[in-house]
Design a protein around this ligand. Structure first.
Ligand code: FE
Ligand code: FE
Ligand code: ZN
Length: 276
């Protein structure tokens, strides 16, 4: 089986997200550690975090997948942006330790003209500076669509970051189905081949979470526009094959599809029916 859930708003606190997801029928979720565009965070209330931890335990939730801010770019050509990103990463990872054993995923970054090699080096240096051996959080690099100067549009680029950071299994990958498809990997025609390739380049043991999205665009478009399950170019049959794929079992699957609550509830139940 897999765990299934969607992105939730942290506005009403941590415990509220657990309750909402249980009401939706899911057993994992994602949230933005701060406003995805801005930088602000609210102070954490220890009782609220504790209530969520109890709920997760009682309801048998899978690992949660917090998402770092889109504005965080660890390899921008602008030094101020890089420093700002490092600040956000440091604070986010400190906060994640209040919820030990979960995942923190982020977009590796966009090199904004500096070149892929420099970008990879700067991302790895930032992570090395912030991560430590006894942290309880697993950091996940997201597979990207390869839009503009984005790093992470190929498995090889992610592997290079992982090698340079050299933090053992504290660093893994979040496999975004829309992004991977948009980057050019044929998860429709040859899912086995793509996952075998992932295993050869990175290792499936590092594939810790899935962002489960259809795509508005054709394979290799490098666009990164998510679509509802079954309404995009990946299609329902291929999405179902991925959710049931032996290589992906046990992972949290997070919906980032363009939906309201009703839509998420429907998609969560679609996935649960596949598994039944
Ligand atoms: Fe993302
Ligand atoms: Fe994603
Ligand atoms: Zn995306």
């Amino acid at each position: 089986m897999i765990y299934i859930g969607c992105h939730l708003s942290v506005t009403d606190g941590y415990a509220a997200m657990g309750k909402t997801m249980s009401a939706f029928g899911g057993n994992t979720f994602a949230w933005f550690t701060r406003n995805p565009r801005g930088g602000k965070t609210k102070p954490v209330i220890p009782e609220d975090v504790e209530a969520l931890r109890e709920h997760l335990h009682k309801e048998g939730f899978g690992p949660l997948v917090a998402h770092g801010s889109y504005t965080m770019n660890l390899c921008s050509a602008k030094e101020e942006t890089r420093a700002n990103g490092l600040d956000m990463l440091t604070q986010d990872l400190a906060r994640m330790e209040l919820l030990p054993g979960n995942f923190y995923n982020f977009h590796p970054g966009a090199h904004t003209g500096q070149g892929t090699e420099t970008g990879i080096r700067q991302i790895a240096e930032a992570l090395r500076g912030v991560m430590h051996a006894d942290m309880q959080t697993t950091v996940l690099l997201e597979t990207m669509a390869g839009k503009g100067s984005e790093i992470g549009g190929s498995f090889e680029e992610l592997r290079e970051i992982i090698d340079r950071v050299d933090m053992g299994d504290r660093l893994g990958v979040c496999f975004d189905t829309c992004h991977t498809w948009d980057a050019g990997y044929d998860i429709v025609g040859d899912p086995d081949g793509v996952l075998t390739r992932f295993d050869e380049v990175i290792g499936l043991s590092r594939l810790k979470a899935v962002h489960f999205n259809d795509s508005k665009n054709e394979r290799g478009s490098h666009k990164d526009r998510h679509e509802k399950l079954g309404e995009g170019c990946i299609g329902m049959e291929a999405m179902k094959r991925l959710a049931l794929h032996p290589a992906l079992q046990g992972r949290p699957f997070i919906l980032e599809t363009p939906n309201d609550d009703e839509g998420y509830i429907r998609e969560i139940h679609t996935v649960l029916e596949w598994q039944a």
